[in-house]
Design a protein around this ligand. Structure first.
Ligand code: DQA
Length: 219
């Protein structure tokens, strides 16, 4: 897949580097509540482009939030037969490398707290083009996280390292999946990289739709 066009190469967000545990990126304000962001499938992403594709008014790079839920900070020593030997730092580093190739700024975070995930989703600033989410155990319990995803209406790709459908029955249900644009399970850390590739395509499609199609975001 070709890398994303980056129409903003000369102007970079002055915010801090996004590393694991950083509370939030400092750049830009949040979109208003009525911003019609494109999400929920390639078709809709193409027809209802995110307002931030108007880069002439918002010259910052495309950012994708990669959010990780509880106990994923223990990867590497947590049930290695299920989750493998890679640490979350390894996965973050691989995502950043893939992000550079795709010309996407990767903002990779982990928390053990549901409310923090909700706040990070709510605070998605205007240059965030999508969210890749492994909500871990909250996948199977949280109503607040999918509600926040619905509220920000960004494309979301749900990722699980393990094949949750081949595990205990309580892991078969996800509260995130109905809100997600796509779901990747059972491919280990590769799932995060595939999610980034897919997100790059969603962003490129939205940009292309915005460049070629009608400019009005209200339709
Ligand atoms: C997980 C699967 C969840 O069921 C579990 O609670 C996790 C990790 C995964 O990545 O496979 O913590 O999300």
């Amino acid at each position: 897949m070709p890398p994303l066009r980056n129409r903003n190469a000369t102007v970079y967000c002055p915010g801090p580097r996004a590393d694991i545990g950083q509370a939030r990126d400092s750049c830009s304000g949040r979109p208003g509540p009525n911003d019609p962001r494109g999400r929920s499938g390639p078709g809709r992403a193409a027809s209802r482009a995110h307002p931030c594709v108007r880069r002439e008014h918002h010259p910052v790079p495309n950012t994708v939030l990669i959010l990780n839920g509880p106990n994923l900070n223990l990867l590497g020593r947590r049930e290695p037969s299920v989750y493998g030997r890679e640490t979350l730092d390894d996965i973050a580093a691989a995502c950043r490398v893939r992000g550079e190739k795709l010309r996407i700024r990767v903002d990779f975070r982990q928390t053990n707290h549901e409310g923090e995930l909700v706040e990070w989703i709510q605070q998605s600033h205007a240059d965030v083009r999508g969210i890749i989410l492994n909500a871990a155990a909250y996948t199977h319990t949280s109503v607040a996280i999918p509600d926040a995803l619905r509220a920000v209406a960004l494309p979301c790709i749900e990722v699980h390292l393990s094949n949750v459908h081949a595990r205990e029955s309580f892991r078969h249900h996800s509260y995130i999946s109905p809100v997600a644009t796509g779901v990747i399970v059972g491919l280990g850390s590769q799932g995060y990289l595939l999610a980034l590739d897919a997100m790059a395509r969603l962003i490129a499609d939205a940009d292309a739709a915005n460049a070629d199609g009608p400019r009005s975001l209200s339709t």
